[in-house]
Design a protein around this ligand. Structure first.
Ligand code: BES
Ligand code: ZN
Length: 610
């Protein structure tokens, strides 16, 4: 990846060479930046193409060019407009293609240019877009389109300044086939428009990675006065039941860290090919349907995406090198919401599972791997490879460490003040540390040094958080007994998803195959409809050399769930355990149903086989 200096005009008219502030964007916002977007597009499902115009209002001090990121869209024309709205065709050029970043779109502007209007259509390489045929949806009646822009894919469907450090408000007019519903990360319709034309407004400035659109056969159901759910008609009621506490979650979050800044909070349940568990698109969290388990046991995912309304959407990481400011703060905040609603022992049980994940990731990545630092150096590195769950769990535990050392009575007001201080802005790790230092001027040096080690050193900082493990103790005891005597009857009544996960992670290797056999017989885990449990179980089987015997279930799972967190490790494990031919065959059938981002990850794993 090349990060070249770029010739731009400074206010005196001299050519200067300016550093790009973000290793993952070609834009130079300190020279010329976007402040508002008026988007006018149509979605053509026959050709799987979005086309239209992105009309940006820009801010600059007599710059002579403005630079956008594009990675996929075909630019069909560019115009500029002055204060009076007088437009004229602009000269533009596409710079050199970078394999990770795409291409800079360099547009010549005049001292009085106020707007830049880019006409474009998407191409086959729109990595953010997932176009599903009707057959790949729950209802099987209409096709579906969804976007996933984080981290650097907004540029694959809209030309934009695609770094988290650039914020803009937007309004949009989106035309879709008649009868279909559309929502965005903005103010949203509650009913379908017969014309198929929808108008949206996002009044608050947001970074491009939070641009989002979903189009399909779905409807709205309110949960309370400011929350609600969108889902395909067949699952709308079960989704509303599963998420019944959504309104209470918003209130609990506000009580912790200050007012909710985005008016409404709605969620949409997407087809199961959605590549993530959740995505915090402002006002409209995007969700995997695998959270609907029928027992409300995975709602911490809602708390997580909601918490991003503060950490991430309100106070945004300046670049992806500060990703932990988004995800670590959110994972911490998520847990505080869960504690407020369901008590400390439940919240701590979730934390313990997260801590297990952290230890596993550190072991896999290696304790001296620079990607296990919180502050990352990502020059030349694809965010795809660097944004790992280290940011989530190590970041969360740093905040937990500070909470324990400083006490909630001081820590909570600090966090609240932090969100308020940087609201609708960005922050770097150093900005956070500066705020910490100016607030706690008397912080003992040993604590402050430890904070630096958490952030700038790789690996784990030895610290055992005081998590209450009472809910897991009996699970661990039973796991121990079961290993010695797999024919014993397990007492699993009342186990939620979390007890099952903890149990499956603690039963150790199964050299004789007896353990797996007994579990399958007693609980039919092969057919668990809970994707978290099925995932854990199928991996356990593969890791214990039972993949071949269970290929039918593995194949079924990989064809019905497209969430990358599940799909990627299973393919990895199949390859690792001698089933790469089988993995490739399954992938050939399943891939049309995966999002391009999931496809990219799996194809990397199966490279030699496809
Ligand atoms: N913002 C993330 C998803 C993301 C991160 C997308 C980085 C692209 C790049 C979202 O908030 C998230 O963390 N989702 C998790 C669920 C969460 C409960 C850990 C997921 O999708 O698994
Ligand atoms: Zn997150």
């Amino acid at each position: 990846m090349t990060i070249l200096g770029c010739r731009t005009g400074d206010s005196s008219g001299h050519a200067t060479t300016t550093e790009r502030p973000d290793p993952h964007s070609f834009s130079i916002p300190q020279e010329a930046r976007t402040t508002h977007l008026n988007l006018d597009i149509q979605c053509d499902f026959d050709h799987k193409m979005i086309s239209g115009t992105a009309d940006y209002t820009i801010a600059h001090q007599k710059a002579d060019q403005i630079i956008f990121d594009v990675n996929g869209p075909v630019i069909t024309g560019v115009a500029i407009a002055d204060e009076a709205g007088k437009t004229k065709t602009a000269h533009y050029a596409l710079g050199q293609q970078d394999s990770i970043l795409g291409t800079p779109l360099i547009i010549d502007i005049l001292p009085d240019t106020k707007r830049v209007i880019i006409s474009f259509h998407t191409s086959e390489n729109a990595n953010a877009l997932q176009w599903l045929d009707a057959a790949q949806t729950n209802n099987k009646k209409m096709p579906f389109l969804l976007t996933q822009s984080q981290s650097i894919y907004a540029r694959s469907w809209i030309p934009c300044q695609d770094g988290p450090g650039v914020r803009f408000s937007y309004d949009a007019r989106v035309k879709v086939p008649a009868g279909m519903m559309a929502v965005m990360s903005a103010s949203n319709p509650v009913r379908r428009a017969e014309s198929g034309v929808y108008e949206f407004l996002m009044n608050n400035p947001i970074p491009a990675y939070l641009m989002a659109l979903a189009v399909g056969d779905f409807d709205f159901k309110p949960i309370d006065h400011r929350t609600g759910v969108y889902a395909e008609p067949a699952i709308l009621d079960s989704a509303a039941w599963e998420f019944a506490d959504l309104g209470k979650m918003v209130t609990a979050a506000e009580q912790l860290y200050g007012p909710y800044a985005w008016e409404r909070y709605d969620v949409i349940v997407l087809p199961s090919g959605f590549p993530f568990g959740g995505m915090e698109n402002p006002r409209m969290t995007f969700l995997t349907p695998t959270v609907i388990t029928g027992d409300r046991s995975l709602t911490s995912l809602l708390a997580h995406e909601l918490a991003h309304s503060w950490s991430g959407n309100l106070v945004t990481n300046a670049t992806w090198e500060d990703f932990w400011l988004n995800e670590g703060f959110t994972t911490y905040f998520e847990n505080r919401i869960m504690e407020s609603l369901y008590g400390k022992s439940y919240a701590d049980m979730l934390s313990l599972l997260g801590y297990e994940d952290l230890l596993k990731s550190l072991q896999e990545m290696g304790e001296d791997n620079p990607l296990t630092k919180l502050k990352l150096n990502l020059k030349g590195i694809n965010p795809e490879e660097a944004l790992t769950d280290i940011a989530y769990e190590k970041g969360k535990n740093l905040l937990r460490y500070l909470e324990e050392r400083l006490g909630r009575a001081t820590w909570d007001p600090f966090l609240k003040a932090y969100f308020n201080r940087f609201r609708f802005g960005t922050n770097t790790t150093e900005g956070f540390l500066g705020f910490l230092d100016s607030t706690f001027v008397n912080m003992p040096q040993s604590i402050r040094d430890t904070v630096d080690r958490w952030i700038y050193n790789p690996g784990l900082i030895r610290y055992q958080p005081a998590y209450d493990n009472s809910r897991f103790r009996s699970v661990e005891e039973q796991a121990k007994q079961f290993i010695n005597n797999p024919s014993m009857a397990l007492k699993t009544t009342g186990w939620s998803t979390h007890e099952w996960l903890h149990f499956l992670r603690n039963i150790g290797p199964d050299s004789t195959g007896q353990i797996a056999q007994r579990l399958q017989k007693q609980f039919d885990l092969d057919h668990s409809r809970n994707a978290e449990i099925a995932f854990c179980w199928l991996n356990y089987l593969i890791e214990n050399g039972r993949g071949q015997e269970h290929l039918v279930q593995i194949s079924h799972f990989l064809q019905s769930v497209g969430r990358r967190k599940f799909v990627q490790p299973i393919y990895e494990n199949l390859v690792k355990h001698g089933l790469s031919g089988e993995a490739a065959s399954i992938y050939r059938i399943a891939s049309p149903f995966y999002h391009p981002l999931t496809r990219m990850s799996v194809e990397e794993i199966l490279q030699k086989r496809l």
